[in-house]
Design a protein around this ligand. Sequence first.
Ligand SMILES: Nc1nc2c(c(=O)[nH]1)N[C@H]1C(S)=C(S)[C@@H](COP(=O)(O)O)O[C@H]1N2
Ligand SMILES: [Mo]
Length: 342
Amino acid sequence: MSSLPPGQQLVAGEKWPLVGERTSGPRPEIWGLEVKGLVDRPCRFSLSDLKSLPVTRRIVDIHCVTRWSKLGVEFAGVSLRDVLSEVGRVSSARFVSFESCSERRHSSSLSLETALELETLLAWEVDGQPLPELHGGPLRNIVPNRYFYKSVKWLQGLDFLAHDRMGYWESDAGYHNLADPWQEQRYIAADIDKRMAKRLLETRDFSDLDLRGFQAGGFELNGLVACRSKLRDASFRNGQLRRANFHGANLSNAHFENADLTDANFSEADLEGANFCGANLQGCDFRGASLFGASFVVEDWQTLPQTEWQAALMSNVRFTEEQIESLATNQAAYLAKTLNKF
Ligand SMILES: Nc1nc2c(c(=O)[nH]1)N[C@H]1C(S)=C(S)[C@@H](COP(=O)(O)O)O[C@H]1N2
Ligand SMILES: [Mo]
């Protein structure tokens, strides 16, 4: 039976959100998978070479670090184990890097033991259909039981390594290198010392800074300027943030529970997985913000008496249809109900 790891929400219906890069960038004329590094016989597989190996089908639950999950997706492809036995494992190989042909040379890595134990798949088919290009076709690796950033779209290389080579999300964006959703291994916090924290709270200027995981809950920060700031996983719980400007900031999984956000600006911000339960959102600007997996009310609000979930303070907030559709069903229902009252 499938179940949900802590802090995850189901996507509505058949939806499969797009996360990260949206296109493969310029693709090589003839697509192939380059297998290199610590193997006996480095080589290049065409898609039909791969398809001539034993086909593995697996039903996988997708868990994105930005808190959405999609359960029971069937992938077909070849197992990493079978590809590795084709090329011959060298005993010094301890890591595998999955490399994409995308523009930013996206990659992600795992210890080889983990990758094999989790039965990593190189998949070309999803739910009986060819894997769409948008979701990484013709080939992506699928790592069950890890956050989905370990599953690289437009896979074109496997590099077997003696030492880990961390990928884009893990080395540049602070994602946790282990990525186990059952242990909530989501992010590594940035290094902010006490003096810096104090100065930031005094100047109220966070613009363009890397402040992942910053604990700024409970402070009076009215008029804060945090344009383009990296505030993933940061906390502003119970804070006063009237007129705060978060334009273009990365606030995925940030905490705003019970904060006063009157007239705050979230335009163009990344708010995936952000939590606004109990916050005052009157006059907030959410134009162009990405709201996948964001929450505005406790998960099970429909089963609670109204006094416990109460209508949010949301006058003059505008959400586009598309933004509301990107939310989990129970969150979308709440906004529909709340916004209609005004
Ligand atoms: N090449 C490439 N692969 C990638 C990414 C990316 O930006 N580029 N993003 C990762 C992240 S963070 C997630 S959650 C999943 C999203 O896959 P999807 O867009 O098919 O849902 O792809 C992963 N693989
Ligand atoms: Mo992700």
